[in-house]
Design a protein around this ligand. Structure first.
Ligand code: NAP
Length: 256
């Protein structure tokens, strides 16, 4: 049975991936949707023509991860798509966000993403795709969002290396690196601090970010960056010393 597995499926870009995969890839027989909010996952079924199986799992809970591993072992599906979208960020300087949230970002954004990838890989074969959610925050250390940005740098590095490892098997890994996207992400991120105004100005539409992510993944591209502003930001971070960019950003924050 050919399936897609999507984490972070209850909202934002994970949910959007489910919609677009169901719409565009007729060979997918089931989509396994993973997140904590069961009712949100169950609400997906009537909306799409593909069978959705809901798994209300906290991915930072090791025993629940084991349940997922056991299920994979029992059902031995052919996983054509793995989308690791579950993730969160909390704005605030290091030490001002509570310890549970600081560690939680590492646990979910990095540890759980690696664990799910490890568990699913044996069930993937030639022409399968893995999409990992990094962020444009991975391009530059982010004072005021330091741990989140560091987790996303981890994801970018991990995904690019994994892509090189898996290429010869015909499995392609794409790290999606969006700038700010209009989802529930900021409802959570802003419980501990506010995002700078300039980020609000460049907010992207999740549908467009996901559409490009799917296209880049199909093309075998290791990194997907949506929008001219974020592409320019990536280039800036590659070519200009980061200390100079830090100074520029401080000025920008003061100006807006
Ligand atoms: N929005 C942005 O501006 C932006 C920019 C760059 C990168 N990203 C990244 O894109 C990915 C998707 O974010 P989004 O914008 O779509 O945000 P979102 O709407 O808040 O979605 C986050 C998803 O993660 C799930 N999740 C959170 N904690 C979880 C846990 N412990 N176990 C299982 N699932 C959990 C949430 O579901 P439950 O609450 O139901 O568990 C939700 O489905 C994230 O990795 C984020 O870091 C976002």
């Amino acid at each position: 049975m050919k399936i897609a597995i999507v984490t972070g499926a209850s909202s934002g870009m994970g949910r959007e991936f489910i919609m677009q995969i169901a719409d565009r890839f007729s060979g997918i027989e089931e989509i396994w949707a993973i997140a904590r909010r069961k009712e949100r996952l169950e609400a997906l079924s009537p909306l799409i023509p593909v069978k959705v199986r809901s798994f209300a799992i906290d991915l930072t809970d090791k025993s629940r991860l084991k349940d997922l591993e056991d299920l994979l072992m029992k059902e031995k599906p052919e996983v054509k798509w793995l989308i690791n979208s579950a993730g969160y960020g909390k704005i605030g300087e290091v030490g001002t966000v509570n310890l549970q949230d600081e560690m939680g970002m590492v646990d979910l954004n990095c540890r759980a993403l690696c664990a799910v990838t490890h568990m699913v890989l044996p069930y993937m074969s030639k022409n399968s795709r893995i999409i990992q959610f990094s962020s444009s925050a991975s391009f530059l250390p982010q004072p005021g969002f330091a741990i989140y940005a560091a987790t996303k740098s981890f994801v970018l590095s991990y995904s690019r290396a994994l892509n090189e490892e898996l290429k010869q098997k015909g499995i392609y890994v794409t790290a999606i690196c969006p700038g700010p996207v209009r989802t529930e992400f900021f409802d959570i991120a802003e419980t501990t601090g506010e995002i700078p105004l300039y980020k609000r100005i460049v907010m992207a539409d999740p549908k467009k970010v996901v559409r490009l992510g799917l296209r880049d993944s199909m093309m075998g591209r290791p990194v997907s960056v949506y929008g001219t502003t974020m592409k320019a930001f990536r280039l800036l971070c590659k070519t200009v010393p980061h200390t100079v960019i830090f100074r520029l950003m401080k000025r920008l924050m003061k100006a807006v």
